[in-house]
Design a binder for this molecule. Structure first.
Ligand code: V47
Ligand code: SF4
Length: 371
């Protein structure tokens, strides 16, 4: 049965069939189409459309890499109400790594074969751009071939303000010190009202987008995220996706989109129910179908677990992030995987069980080996 016959057999409304026609013909869907897909409860249909889009972009490949995280501090000037990680200076549980600690970690994980370091932490009150330039220089000296993917737009905003330099100048300095790409954090939800509610003092949406566009203009690829399942409606999610798709049309600098499911432990929203697996799969599918100009869709397994991440491979996901090697606390503190770690063998097995082709990649999706 081909896809058209399969769709015919699903007994869908005419408008859903029209959306399916757009997807099969590689046309972009509109924001109202995306809203309709979010309101559609036929998960099999959403899976077919997402898979068609995924296959067009990456065939049967599913990517992963060998990476580790460095979280230089959890001291933060912001007060995001969903955050379980932030501490005040001097508060119990606060940490600040020295550059020497960071270099030790870099050497340790590099010796184990990691190809990427992902650096994200709290927005520290007293560290300016020069501190981060020193950090990157020291990492490059210790591991010249390790790819440095570092700092959310929110951290960049603050470190540049603290150092009295423009974002353009700050990113130039960071790039010269070894920054090669930026992660997608800090996007949360772009709708200004919801953003003011959940993360009142964070860099605004337009500035987040501008910082990414400056990075793209300098040849620094970046990722993008959405924090979903908190107070937002489907309309807000579509607005978020649409702002990303529009920027991507101008810059083509986003590599991957990473939906981040709200986790509720140890934060101010612990009474909000977390989204169901069905909702998570639907969100992957609609993101994949709508964002047809962002090449990769990543399931961040420390947040949703390995089994859900494996299932997401049938809903548009083509990237399982990496081995992590027990190097991040952001999600475990909010109720995600404790001590998250995955061997290459484990990731390869998850992918092969679905008859897909595991591809170990570098950070910018060059294939290092297929299995
Ligand atoms: O910006 C914090 C999120 C992000 C919670 O680019 C939460 O490859 C859910 O951006 N529930 C940081 N989410 C992590 C991040 C990321 C992760 C993996 C890969 C990449 C990449 C980027 O974590 C924050 C915020 O949106 N976050 N607390 C929470 N309770
Ligand atoms: Fe700070 Fe990031 Fe937590 Fe917000 S999410 S309070 S910016 S550490």
């Amino acid at each position: 049965m081909n896809n058209i016959n399969l769709i015919d057999s699903l007994n869908l409304s005419n408008s859903l069939k029209t959306i399916a026609g757009k997807v099969f013909n590689a046309k972009e869907i509109s924001t109202s189409d995306a809203l309709e897909l979010y309101n559609c409860s036929n998960l099999a249909f959403l899976g077919v459309l997402a898979d068609v889009t995924k296959k067009r972009l990456s065939g049967d490949l599913v990517f992963f890499n060998r990476n580790f995280h460095i979280e230089p501090t959890n001291i933060c000037v912001n007060h995001c109400r969903f955050c379980s990680y932030r501490r005040r200076e001097g508060q119990k549980g606060a940490w600040e790594c020295s550059i020497e600690d960071i270099v030790e970690d870099v050497k340790k994980y590099r010796a184990k074969g990691a190809t990427e370091v992902h650096i994200v932490g709290g927005v520290h009150p007293n560290r300016n751009i020069n501190y981060y330039v020193d950090m990157l220089n020291s990492i490059k000296k210790a591991a010249p071939n390790l790819h440095i993917k570092a700092f959310t737009a929110v951290e960049i905003d603050q470190m540049c303000q603290m150092g009295n330099v423009s974002v353009e100048e700050g990113l130039r300095k960071l790039k010269a010190a070894g920054l090669e790409s930026m992660p997608g954090g800090g996007a949360e939800i772009f709708d200004e009202k919801i953003r003011a509610e959940i993360c009142p003092d964070k860099t605004g949406s337009e500035e987040w987008l501008r910082i990414h566009s400056v990075a793209h203009s300098m040849g620094l690829p970046t990722n993008a995220t959405i924090l979903y399942g908190l107070l937002e409606s489907y309309k807000h999610r579509v607005d978020h996706l649409n702002r990303l798709r529009e920027l991507q049309k101008k810059t083509n600098g986003f590599n991957a989109f990473i939906p981040l499911k709200f986790k509720r432990e140890n934060n101010e929203y612990s009474k909000v129910k977390e989204t169901t697996l069905v909702e998570d799969l639907k969100n992957y599918a609609v993101s994949r179908i709508f964002l047809n100009n962002i090449p990769h869709l990543k399931a961040y397994w420390p947040m949703i677990g390995k089994q859900a991440a494996q299932l997401s491979l049938s809903f548009g996901v083509d990237d399982l992030d990496g081995t992590i090697d027990d190097s991040t606390k952001i999600y475990s503190m909010a109720g995600g995987e404790e001590k998250p770690s995955a061997s290459r063998t484990e990731l390869i097995k998850l992918i092969k069980e679905l008859n897909l082709v595991p591809a170990e990649r570098d950070t910018v999706y060059n294939i290092l080996e297929t299995f």
